[in-house]
Design a protein around this ligand. Structure first.
Ligand SMILES: Nc1ncnc2c1ncn2[C@@H]1O[C@H](COP(=O)(O)OP(=O)(O)OP(=O)(O)O)[C@@H](O)[C@H]1O
Ligand SMILES: [Mg+2]
Length: 451
């Protein structure tokens, strides 16, 4: 029966040593497989699900190094521990270069090998977790996860799908919380560069004096403290996409350097005498108006043209309130409450509000409501923050309500009389002023007994 026990393949041509290792590991809960030479080990590796290979280096037929190379060719993530004889450091180094996970020198005790195996298994776990997260991330930023039903958002999706396949520079503009970063990721993960890195640089978060080396890297000795070469974000993004967030905050000197990178597709590391080629797609974002920044002399016009080959303007949420129900449902699911219902009164409140923090603010409010809700699967007005709940209906003549309250019918009566006065008793015009039909007006005149 196979279980979730980890499998370890022990390869050694010395039978007594093989037995000793097997004995030492016999109580550690692993499944142990034995091979007496490289060829045999390789056959087992191909047919079994092996987690770690432990192999002696010196063996007849296929030696440990050759076995290592063959295994790495089959699975570059495989963990191989080499057993070396005392004094053969050179071979051990060679093995490490070929991708061995570690080496252990004979004679070794039980704990030493045991600890090495545990560490290896932990690393393997981390690597597969990392892979899983990467895949999940790729999934999360597929376009399907950018929500929007309004015609404004639909045309943005359309544009994104088309530009994703190209290498053109994209400039995302929009207020805070409108989804600029989300769209940047969607573009990358729907592009041909999806399997390569997506690297973010926040131009306002990094101090100006560090920004250049952060972006382009430096060479050893470029300045005091540069004790070895360091690569920058552009190199890290090679083959993929770099996302320069808050580009409007970039210092002018650096703007010149960035422009050169974009024009020449090569970077100058700080202190380097030669430049190096990089293949990077650039996406930028800003929530300030670059046009204004250009007028104020804070942003270079030539750089603006370079980065805004495809400009995308993300509309504020208040201009696409049709998206609120769908977004709300999306955030309920995202926070594990897909079965939760929001009462109509909640949608009324959400619709009335003008959303200065845009989609981010909506998400926060829904997350908060999920935590606060008193009934299992219902969100009502009480769960919405006070300042949003009490927001006045949008009113062109904003009427204050006194503490003792009002009579709505009296207000309506008053407004009708005012409209008639303003129109010089012309009923058609008065109805127009009130946004109702003449028939409705006549009906109300009778209802309120207005002569
Ligand atoms: N259309 C959308 N569909 C789903 N989630 C969205 C959408 N737009 C924004 N969000 C969510 O709202 C939050 C804010 O979005 P994002 O960080 O992309 O905004 P931003 O425009 O970069 O804001 P800022 O300028 O403050 O950095 C994120 O959690 C994001 O997932
Ligand atoms: Mg952002």
């Amino acid at each position: 029966m196979t279980s979730n026990k980890k499998t370890i393949l022990i390869t050694d041509d010395d039978e007594s040593l093989r037995r000793v290792i097997e004995y030492n590991l016999s109580n550690s809960g692993y499944r142990l497989l034995l091979a007496s030479n490289g060829e045999e080990a390789l056959d087992i590796f191909k047919s079994e699900d092996v987690d770690i290979v432990i192999t002696d280096i010196k063996m007849e037929k296929m030696d440990g190094l050759e076995l290592l190379e063959n295994i790495k060719r089959l699975n570059s993530n495989a963990l191989v521990i080499m057993i070396t004889a005392y004094g053969s450091v050179e071979t051990a180094v060679k093995a490490m270069k070929l991708g061995a996970y570690d080496y252990i020198t004979k004679p070794f005790d039980r704990d030493e090998l045991q600890i090495m195996i545990e560490k290896g298994l932990n690393l393997q776990n981390l690597m597969s977790e990392n892979l899983r997260l990467k895949q999940e991330l790729a999934y999360r930023f597929k376009l399907d996860n950018v929500i929007g039903d309004s015609s404004k958002m639909k045309s943005i999706f359309d544009l994104v799908a088309r530009v994703a396949k190209s290498d053109s520079s994209v400039l995302l503009q929009g207020e805070s919380g409108t989804g600029k970063e989300l769209i940047a990721r969607a573009i990358h993960f729907n592009s041909l560069r999806a399997k390569k890195p997506f690297v973010t640089v926040n131009c306002s978060a990094i101090p100006e004096n560090l920004m250049e080396s952060e972006m382009f890297g430096y060479v050893k000795g470029a300045f005091t403290g540069a004790i070895k070469d360091k690569s920058g974000k552009f190199e890290a993004a090679d083959g993929g996409t770099i996302f320069l967030d808050e580009i409007g905050d970039m210092d002018r000197d650096l703007q010149v350097k960035l422009l050169r990178v974009l024009q020449e597709k090569s970077i100058d590391k700080v202190g380097a005498t030669q430049n190096s080629f990089v293949d990077v797609r650039v996406i930028t974002a800003t929530n300030i108006s670059l046009e204004t920044a250009i007028k104020e002399g804070k942003f270079r016009e030539d750089l603006f043209y370079r980065i805004s080959v495809i400009p995308i303007l993300l509309p504020p949420l208040r201009d696409r309130k049709d998206d609120i129900p769908l977004l709300a449902q999306h955030f309920l699911s995202k926070h594990g409450s897909e079965n939760c219902k929001m009462l109509p009164e909640v949608f009324e409140i959400l619709n009335r509000y003008d959303w200065p923090g845009n989609v981010r603010e909506l998400e926060n409010i829904i997350e908060r409501a999920i935590v606060l809700k008193k009934k299992e699967n219902v969100i009502g007005a009480e769960e919405i923050p006070e300042h949003i709940r009490t927001k006045q209906f949008y009113s062109p003549i904003s009427l204050e309500i006194p503490d003792e309250g009002i009579k709505l019918e009296e207000v309506e009566r008053g407004l009708i009389i005012n409209a008639l006065k303003k129109s010089g008793q012309n009923q058609t015009r008065a109805a127009e002023l009130l946004g109702i039909t003449r028939n409705t007006l006549i009906y109300r005149l009778e209802k309120y007994k207005i002569k």
